[in-house]
Ligand binder design. Structure first.
Ligand SMILES: [Zn+2]
Length: 304
């Protein structure tokens, strides 16, 4: 992969051993060099000005932490502790943090491509983790309250003592090829001429290869043979892992499922190459930007 895949490549050591020690967490909560990442309604605090980057808060921000989430220890970067703090209850968060004019809360998806790659990876981790804690205050087994453990690595039920760990949902995404053409689809409501790789959640009891074959067949009617893994991407909306593949079609007859897709069609390699090169008019095709793993899969296929 010539360019980094956004949200991957985190410099964070998740400090599995250290986080088991409540004294270690307490000590790092008090230290001057620790960094506190505030999340407000899952938006990230981003420095304004020429160079965007994550902005941090002082540890007093923990006073405003959502009691169901607490202060979540993410890990260490060069021995500096990083914590995520959900401050969604504040009405004017920039004012409360003294950040007005310096930093602003922004949607993570919108801000990500402006952030340095390590910051994008760290905020992906923080956003997914805070979101999971906020949505799991009760035990799905017995219904009692759950509490945070491991500095935020998981939750434990106060009733039945079952441990609950954050989930990641795997999504299979594939560029299907047939000779020098690839199959791309467009969803309802997308801009004209925009197409992307076909994708869907991997279901229970399915391998990655089986999920690709099922999804492609369901959405486009195209039968798929070999499936080759290329790369993956954490996608923190809410907590997916995009697993990118190149798949080989056994036949090129397309029968689109109009419930799922507006269209699916075959595209010649040179046309995809022009679209990737930023010439959507010449190509009469718009492909996803470098933020999406579909872009990287198309780059990989065009270069092959
Ligand atoms: Zn329980």
């Amino acid at each position: 992969m010539p360019h980094p895949i956004i949200f991957s490549g985190s410099p964070m050591d998740r400090a599995d051993h250290e986080r088991r020690d409540p004294k270690f967490i307490e000590d790092r909560l008090d230290r001057e060099d620790s960094r506190f990442i505030p999340l407000w309604r899952l938006n990230a605090l981003v420095k304004q000005g020429d160079e965007a980057g994550l902005a941090f808060a002082r540890n007093v921000v923990c006073e405003h932490a959502n009691p169901d989430v607490g202060t979540v220890f993410l890990g260490l970067v060069d021995d500096v502790a990083y914590f995520a703090v959900d401050i969604s209850s504040l009405e004017n968060p920039e004012e409360a943090l003294g950040a007005e004019g310096v930093a602003k809360f922004e949607d993570v998806r919108a801000a990500a491509s402006r952030l340095p790659a390590p910051d994008a990876a760290i905020i992906a981790h923080a956003r997914s983790r805070v979101d999971w804690h906020a949505r799991h205050p009760f035990c799905p087994t017995c219904g009692d309250k759950t509490v945070v453990r491991g500095g935020g690595s998981h939750r434990v039920c106060t009733g039945c003592s079952v441990e609950h760990f954050p989930r990641t949902d795997p999504v299979a995404i594939a560029v299907v090829t047939h000779g020098e053409r690839c199959l791309l689809g467009r969803q309802h409501g997308w801009p004209d001429e925009m197409y992307s790789a076909l994708a869907g959640f991997i279901e229970s009891g399915e391998s990655l290869e089986e999920a690709v074959r099922r999804e492609v067949k369901e959405e486009s009617g195209v039968p798929v043979g070999d499936v080759h893994y290329v790369a993956s991407q954490p996608w923190p909306f809410a907590a997916s892992l995009m697993i990118g593949c190149i798949a080989e079609a056994l036949d090129d007859a397309v029968e689109v499922d109009r419930f799922e897709l507006e269209d699916a069609s075959w595209f010649e390699k040179d046309r995809v190459e022009r679209a990737l090169g930023g010439d959507p008019k010449g190509a009469e095709l718009i492909v996803p930007p470098p933020m999406a793993i579909a872009h990287h899969l198309l780059v990989h296929w065009v270069a092959s």
